[in-house]
Design a binder for this molecule. Sequence first.
Ligand SMILES: Cc1cc2nc3c(=O)[nH]c(=O)nc-3n(C[C@H](O)[C@H](O)[C@H](O)COP(=O)(O)O)c2cc1C
Length: 208
Amino acid sequence: MMILLHIIASARGELSHSRRAGQAAAQALLTQCPSLTLIERNLGRFPIPHPDARFVEASLMPEDQRGDAQHAALTLSETLIDELDTADFVVLSTPMHNFTVPSVLKAWLDHIVRPRRTFRITASGKIGLLRDRPVRILLACGGALGDAAEQIDFATPYLRYVFATIGITDLQVLPLENLNRGAGAQAVTQASLHAWLDRFSSRAVTDR
Ligand SMILES: Cc1cc2nc3c(=O)[nH]c(=O)nc-3n(C[C@H](O)[C@H](O)[C@H](O)COP(=O)(O)O)c2cc1C
């Protein structure tokens, strides 16, 4: 069974641009490969807690020293890691919040990126422990990105770096820009989304 995991980081439900774009990407994949099973992790609707003191203590403790309390503190983290690790394909739809990812997505990453579990530390740097797989990211922004824009995009380099840390480098980010700049600007972004979806659905699964 092949699994498609769609992670939704917007809290705006039906109104969310990134969620709609992610659903279109997931639908394109399902049309191309009907045997895919879709799993949704909706962080916007069902936010996960930020790491607490029990999580921090347990995640830094060597596995053979953990007791029941430490295992319990890592239960959600293990669930989220397993969900990611069983996915063959990941679509991540997220807004940009203050030049980077929203805090609920940061919380998800903090549960996923764990020493000796999803990466290990060596003298020459960190080595990811998850197998690589395609991750396609739809990043919705109110304004523009790029060199001429009035803001710096910290989300894209951050997401590339953090996924690479756990072993996932097959990553593409499609920025959905200018979504708060009127209907004309939105139409341009919609057109770029549709062009991307056309390329995406013809190559996404067969390229693997
Ligand atoms: C708290 C907050 C911070 C935001 N920060 C930025 C930002 O730094 N850059 C930007 O272009 N848009 C920013 N926006 C606008 C959102 O990225 C934009 O509305 C986007 O469409 C939201 O995605 P969604 O429609 O999937 O919820 C921000 C919006 C909120 C609510």
